[in-house]
Design a protein around this ligand. Structure first.
Ligand code: NAD
Length: 467
């Protein structure tokens, strides 16, 4: 009998050890919800969790990813409403679309399939190995989508993530982290695999950037934060600002172009970094384009006087965007110049000169300048200038292959959409996966699990050349 008891106690001990190893027990630092008080605690929990993740099978890792997707979809309404209430940016129905897109079109572990090469020298295997702990800084504009997208990509690649969300999206982002953290733990994943501090700030961002146990930094935001992570001395991925031009030439299907521009520029009140930010149109089709935009029933045309008033409202005297109006509904913005418009409108358009500030600034609001150019060559030259070397996104409506090729070559953006709304370039109604971290400055493009890996070569000499 004593032998049995001993055996049972050994088995119980082993089960307890196994549970601790795979991480069902929360790390003591994080109370089981992914949120802690200090950057040190978050990083220590992440280091531990990443080790535990690597001890799990790839099938279990994929189950964890499936759980993240499911939780993001199940809590979509709550989180979208919270994002709108807290940040006052964007539109509820578009946040819902953003989260569905990120939950369903962010690649999982299939993105890190190894590559093999065989020959007389034997077998060479290229594996995409995890980097370890990633520090991810996320923007106010997409607090939910970026966290869903980053969490799936980074965990699929075998990493743990310490997030530092924008402080003005703290409530939404930390709630999102709690929801996804719980899903990970419920799926048998390690506690602390994703997380962050309860009160993110610029100071906690700095601590994450400088922390010796954070192996990689990912900044999704404006140019300044991208520069900060690039100066860190660590491997850094920078997804920065854009000012995407949409160019329409005389060969385009003008009615379709008008519809696409209105849809693309008004999604989420223009806060996506990929949204059309200025329209450049060849003179001979300019009038039809604006007329067809109006005929969509969603674009309101401003006359010169109204356009001047709106410009004075949304652009400060020192030529900066007035943040009060970023991401607001067009009705809210126009009401402040005394113009009441129907709820069906999603965008205001107006004719602008080439030096108009809204042509050059990333407005992130549904106020769209339309600039005429003499011909497509002038249009290409001007669009390249207004893109300002961000290498982010450009859009063209044309049926002329050479025109499209010439613009794509000249502008050299990370995303180039032809004959569709800008969001087709992030996989919404267009082919390909989605990413809400679009790394133009550092060149990784639409990020995915593979972006967050280190390459490792395994070589087996003089064997396994079977062909
Ligand atoms: P932001 O640059 O103000 O903030 C982004 C993140 O960086 C936040 O978490 C913020 O707290 C942090 N941060 C900012 N300055 C910092 C500093 N000096 N040190 C450390 N951390 C710092 O950007 P935002 O207003 O939140 O987002 C909008 C901007 O992000 C737009 O310019 C938009 O184009 C861009 N954006 C780019 C992508 C992309 O994939 N390329 C995606 C979304 C948004």
């Amino acid at each position: 009998m004593a032998g049995h008891e001993e055996l049972i106690s050994i088995l119980v001990k082993k089960v307890v050890e196994e549970i601790a190893r795979v991480g069902v027990t929360p790390h003591p630092a994080n109370n089981g919800n992914g949120l802690v008080d200090s950057v040190d605690q978050a990083v220590e929990a992440a280091v531990e969790a990443q080790k535990r993740l690597l001890a799990l099978s790839l099938q279990r890792r994929e189950e964890i990813i499936a759980a993240i997707r499911k939780a993001a979809l199940a809590n979509n309404e709550e989180l979208s409403a919270l994002a709108i209430r807290e940040t006052r940016l964007g539109r509820y129905e578009d946040k819902i679309r953003e989260n569905i897109l990120c939950a369903t079109k962010t690649p999982g572990t299939e993105d890190i399939q190894p590559e093999a090469k065989t020959g007389d020298g034997g077998l060479m295997l290229l594996e995409y190995a995890p980097v370890g702990v990633i520090g991810a800084l996320t923007p106010i504009t997409n607090p939910t989508g970026t966290i869903i997208n980053n969490a799936i990509s980074m965990v699929a690649a075998g990493n743990a993530v310490v997030f530092n969300p924008h402080p003005s999206a703290r409530e939404t982002s930390t709630r999102m982290l709690q929801v996804l953290h719980q899903a990970i733990v419920d799926a048998g994943g390690p506690a602390g695999l994703i997380g962050g501090v309860r009160e993110p700030s610029l100071d906690t961002a700095r601590q994450i950037i400088e922390h010796p146990k954070v192996n990689m930094l990912v900044a999704t935001g404006g140019r300044p934060v991208v520069n900060v992570v690039l100066r860190s001395g660590k491997k850094a991925i920078g997804a920065g600002a854009g000012n995407p031009p949409v160019l329409v030439d005389e060969t385009a299907n003008i009615r379709k172009a008008a519809q696409c521009i209105v849809d693309g520029a008004s999604i989420n009140n223009n806060i996506f970094c990929t949204c059309e930010k200025e329209v450049i149109v060849v003179d001979e089709v300019a009038e039809s384009l604006i007329k067809f935009m109006q005929e969509t029933g969603k674009a309101y045309r401003l006359n010169a006087e109204q356009a001047a008033k709106v410009t004075n409202l949304v652009v400060t005297p020192d030529r900066k965007i007035n943040p009060v109006y970023i991401g607001k509904d067009v009705q809210v913005i126009l009401a402040d110049i005394g113009l009441q418009i129907d709820e069906r409108y999603r965008l205001a358009v107006f004719e602008a000169a080439q030096d108009h500030p809204l042509v050059w600034l990333e407005q992130m609001m549904p106020i769209m300048p339309v600039v005429r150019v003499k011909d497509v060559q002038e249009g290409i030259r001007f669009a390249v200038e207004v893109e300002q070397g961000n290498r982010h996104t450009a859009i063209m409506h044309s049926t002329h292959v050479e025109h499209m090729t010439a613009f794509a070559r000249a502008v050299q953006t990370t995303i180039f959409v032809k004959n569709g709304p800008s969001y087709a370039g992030i996989g919404l109604g267009g082919e390909g996966h989605t990413a809400f971290t679009i790394a133009g400055p550092t060149g990784e493009g639409l990020t995915s699990a593979r972006t967050f890996t280190r390459q490792r070569r395994c070589t087996l000499v003089e064997s396994f050349r079977i062909i």
